[in-house]
Design a protein around this ligand. Structure first.
Ligand code: AMP
Ligand code: ZN
Ligand code: FE
Length: 287
């Protein structure tokens, strides 16, 4: 079993990166990737940990991108470098998130909720700030009972305090990750609000832009969705990735590896992923 989507408190998860990696090792996972939102701060730490523990711990990222007015999360794996251009675009995204926080906090305040920018920054610490930090804060302040309620009422795209964040165009993001020596995969494509026909057309287009893979296994997928992505991967020659999208206590129903209890991403996904890594690095001139 493998797990290629794990979040830590370097973005909006609640566990530290070492806690997550140690749990993966305890569970005997054959490969596992940390994919925090819009940050690669732990890349070197993860490589060092992988070496020390003789485990296939993969540094990754889940990048916020946009295409046809929709947010698309793009996973990147390995990050064999060079990383300077990626770092500079990540800095731009981080700055955008800080500006966005101001807007969301302002909207919450105008709804009569006493929350400040400082509260949010304190809750996030050094992590990439995200809406889950704000949701948790609203729960701690007793404004809502659950994080889900915070999203439904205030933070989801149709919520009262929603404000969009800055995102990179998907096509640029694919190129950016490739140039940084990363294999790309669309995160949870089954969550995109598109008809199967439209989704297939999009994936076909993105494949022509160089996209390498799709997250073919994900906790919330139905059997039909899993079969759909299996077919799409085969038809357009995508590699398949899969992960739990573990966020610690911010998604308490999701466990590492097994997701909601039914997830089991097989070891056979590893070899095509490694092959793709070589191909990407060969094309990008990464040694
Ligand atoms: P952000 O990076 O600030 O846009 O926050 C994105 C994260 O918020 C996602 O990774 C999810 O974990 C969470 N999230 C987004 N939309 C919802 C929603 N409608 N309900 C619950 N959680 C959500
Ligand atoms: Zn997240
Ligand atoms: Fe995501």
């Amino acid at each position: 079993m493998i797990d290629l989507q794990l979040h830590t408190n370097d973005s909006d998860g609640t566990w530290s990166w070492t806690h997550v990696l140690e749990k993966c090792l305890d569970m005997n996972l054959s490969a596992f990737a940390i994919t925090d939102h819009d940050t690669i701060v732990r890349r070197n730490d993860i490589l060092g940990w992988a070496k020390a523990n003789d485990a296939m711990a993969i540094p990754g990222i889940e990048l916020s991108t946009c295409e046809s007015d929709q947010t698309i999360h793009l996973l990147g794996y390995f990050l064999d470098g060079p990383l300077e251009n990626l770092e500079s675009r990540l800095e731009f995204l981080r700055e955008g998130r800080l500006q966005r926080n101001k807007k969301i906090v302002g909207k919450l305040q105008s709804l009569g909720i006493s929350v400040t920018e400082e509260d949010v920054l304190k809750a996030a610490g050094r992590a990439t700030v995200g809406r889950p930090h704000i949701a948790r804060l609203l729960m701690q302040k007793g404004v809502v009972k659950t994080m889900q309620e915070a999203f439904d009422k205030y933070l989801a795209a149709n919520g009262q305090a929603y404000y969009p964040k800055v995102e990179l165009p998907l096509r640029e993001a694919i190129d950016l990750l490739h140039a940084a020596g990363a294999v790309t995969s669309i995160s949870h494509p089954g969550l995109l609000k598109r008809t199967p026909e439209a989704l297939e057309a999009s994936l076909k287009l993105w494949r022509s832009w160089g996209l390498d893979g799709i997250e073919a296994l994900y906790p919330s997928y139905s059997l039909e969705q899993t079969a759909f992505f299996e077919r799409i991967a085969w038809k357009y020659d995508f590699i398949r990735t899969g992960g739990s999208d573990f966020h610690g206590e911010n998604k308490p129903h999701i466990q590492i590896g097994t997701g909601n209890g039914h997830l089991n991403v097989p070891d056979e996904f590893i070899e095509p992923l490694l092959k793709k890594r070589e191909e990407v690095n060969r094309h990008s001139g990464v040694s």
